[in-house]
Design a protein around this ligand. Structure first.
Ligand SMILES: C[S@@+](CC[C@H](N)C(=O)[O-])C[C@H]1O[C@@H](n2cnc3c(N)ncnc32)[C@H](O)[C@@H]1O
Length: 440
């Protein structure tokens, strides 16, 4: 019932799954094992949505769209359990669907739910390799919208797109960033272990830990500021920026503060990080993290970064970060709703905003300073194209060819695209540029 109610909000009230889950668990906490099951059913059903609807379309006489709202949700989540969750026995998935129809859906339709689910169980998952169109084939076998598969195939080819889509339907895991001002990786690892949280070292970033068992959020180590939750690709952005103690750093799009706090930690909390964001209500998010991590060098500002020429002083920062608002198509494992909610037309609007912010933020950088642009999306229009347009009209900037040494990863012309299938981390784009003149 819990999963059904959350999914109903996501499907019909446009709620975001991670927020809907968070609220539901806050209002009525569940035992860990039950919470894990509900989470998997919710994320899994959303991840596999078009495939599930295709399967239902093959066994139903009337279109799914005409089905009662709650019954539709019950059918979708039951099909997910039947076809994608090995540990749920077939009989249990059907029984639970029918019971839900009685208690939460429409009792009169319990026979219908039973019949549809039995048919799905009998027919199993279709073999989409039979489809002649490779876009349709990939869209249905890996559960992505066709427009996105088409764009990715065009940009990265069939094999890379296939690998990316496969990675996007895997389960997301939790990664922690050690606060080196409070502790070190092995002390934290041992401390978490004592709290029942098991971890291993991350694949990319030096201060990262991947949670393999337990809930790190409940650990005292979190409250006392020994770590933050952050994806490893996201951590690499701060290494790209290379902040040093005593510097002034501008984080143009800072909320909820993941990178601002990392920058302050890397600077040993010595200097100034101006954490700017357009939304006044997000000030508290940044302040809360800075306080928990006991960081004093972060100052919060609320303003439109596209208007920085009016509200930050020119050439006054040693480092400028633009972690731009983006379509988020690199984080589909953790936020699968994005692939269904994104309108491809939004990409152009976002790209224009990203270039505006980058241009306005760049004016705040001192000569010799480093400008980093990053997104958590895999979409050339929001990444490489934005940098190309910027460099074309800003002759005082050049690609930073030393980026690879700072990332520990191959980068070309100061740019690195990280696919989600490469290291198990989020899909990310990072570009570093230097402003000519001055001292680096
Ligand atoms: C990708 S998120 C930043 C994440 C953050 N850097 C972190 O690591 O926690 C992008 C942020 O840009 C903010 N934003 C959107 N448009 C903006 C603008 N015109 N000026 C400043 N911030 C903006 C959003 O509120 C959002 O918090």
């Amino acid at each position: 019932m819990r999963a059904a109610k959350i999914l109903d909000r996501v499907f019909f009230e446009r709620a975001y799954s991670h927020l809907a889950l968070h609220e539901a668990f806050r209002e009525h906490p569940l035992a860990d094992v039950d919470a894990r099951f509900v989470t998997e059913v919710v994320y899994g059903t959303i991840k596999r949505l078009n495939t599930i609807d295709d399967v239902l379309g093959r066994v139903m006489k009337n279109p799914l769209q005409k089905t009662d709202r709650r019954v539709k949700t019950i059918l979708r989540m039951s099909v997910y359990q039947l076809l994608f969750m090995d540990r749920v026995p077939e009989r249990a998935a059907i029984h639970e669907g029918v019971e839900l129809a009685k208690t939460w859906g429409r009792g009169g339709l319990k026979g219908f739910v039973n019949g549809v689910l039995r048919n799905v169980a009998r027919q199993g998952l279709p073999d989409y390799r039979d489809l002649a169109d490779p876009v349709k084939q990939l869209a249905l076998s890996t559960s992505h919208p066709e427009w996105l598969v088409r764009k990715w195939m065009h940009a990265y080819g069939e094999a890379e797109t296939y690998a990316m889509c496969e990675a996007n339907v895997e389960r997301a895991y939790t990664t922690l960033r050690v606060n080196r001002l409070q502790t070190d990786r092995s002390t934290l690892q041992a401390g978490l272990e004592a709290d029942g949280v098991q971890t291993t070292s991350g694949n990319l970033a030096p201060d990262s830990l991947i949670v393999t068992k337990g809930q790190a959020l409940h650990s005292e180590w979190f409250k006392k500021g020994a770590f933050s939750f952050q994806d490893e690709s996201s951590m690499l952005v701060t290494y790209a920026l290379d902040p040093q103690p005593g510097m002034r750093v501008l984080d143009a799009c800072a909320a909820p503060g993941g990178k601002s706090t990392h920058i302050a930690e890397r600077m040993e909390d010595d200097g100034e990080v101006l954490a700017n964001d357009i939304h006044p209500h997000k000030r508290a998010l940044i302040a809360e993290q800075a306080e928990r991590l006991r960081l004093k060098s972060i100052h919060i500002q609320t303003s439109d970064a596209a208007e920085f020429s009016a509200n930050v002083e020119a050439e006054s920062f040693d480092r400028v970060l633009v972690d731009a608002p983006c379509s988020g198509l690199g984080v589909l494992r953790a936020k699968p709703d994005i692939k269904w909610k994104t309108d491809p037309k939004e990409i152009e609007t976002l790209a224009a905003l990203q270039l505006n912010i980058l241009e306005a933020a760049a004016h705040a950088l001192k000569p010799g300073g480093i400008l980093v642009y990053s997104t958590c999306t895999i979409m050339p229009a929001e990444n490489e194209d934005v940098i190309a347009a910027f460099l074309q009209t800003h002759a005082s900037f050049e690609p930073d060819d030393t980026l690879d040494a700072r990332l520990g990863l191959k980068a070309e012309r100061g740019q690195r695209l990280i696919f989600p299938q490469q290291y198990g981390s989020d899909g990310f784009f990072i570009a570093a540029m230097k402003k000519r003149g001055g001292q680096a």
